[in-house]
Design a protein around this ligand. Structure first.
Ligand code: PNS
Length: 157
């Protein structure tokens, strides 16, 4: 079974990586799919984010990294993926995630959303939190892969 793990990944965090590693043990292939969203102002370009994810997941054999635009379910069909993988950190994630899962179900009945409970130590972690800490010069090495920490340090230096 092929799973898509869609997201903004601006940038990828250790919480994302945890979901990718655990997903890679559950599915034949996991496609980490970066959404190109022209209405958002990202910190890193799509190309940079793809590179960051590629480096961070190089130790995993069944991971593919790609970008897409438009509807996630249309991209899933294109890749013959039948699972959407998402992480759930805290209760407040649930409302948005359930709405997304239900929306995707109405768009294509061939898709199943599978939620993995985020590992406890990353339950507070998000890309926005990382950017917030980095902006004020705080430590982020324990929150993102090493290559991403280097990129962020370069950005804010
Ligand atoms: O990392 P994020 O920003 O929480 O990821 C959100 C994402 C990319 C999974 C979601 O916004 C998405 O699937 N966008 C693509 C447009 C789409 O398919 N919308 C319908 C489902 S709500």
């Amino acid at each position: 079974m092929i799973a898509i793990y869609p997201g903004s990944f601006d940038p990828i965090t250790l919480g994302h990586l945890d979901i990718i590693e655990r997903g890679s043990r559950l599915f034949e292939q996991v496609i980490v799919a970066v959404l190109c969203n022209p209405s958002k102002q990202p910190l890193f370009s799509v190309e940079k984010r793809l590179e960051q994810i590629q480096i961070s997941t190089a130790h995993l054999a069944n991971i593919r990294v790609d970008s897409f635009s438009g509807l996630t379910v249309e991209y899933a069909k294109l890749r013959q993926a039948t699972v959407l993988l998402r992480g759930l950190r805290v209760l407040s994630d649930f409302e948005k995630e359930l709405q997304m899962a239900h929306t995707n179900q109405t768009l294509w009945s061939g898709i199943e959303t599978v939620f993995l409970a985020t590992t406890k130590e990353y339950s507070f972690l998000s890309s926005s939190i990382v950017k917030e800490i980095a902006k004020f010069g705080g430590p982020i090495d324990h929150l993102v892969p090493q290559n991403v920490a280097t990129d962020i340090c370069l950005y804010y230096s």
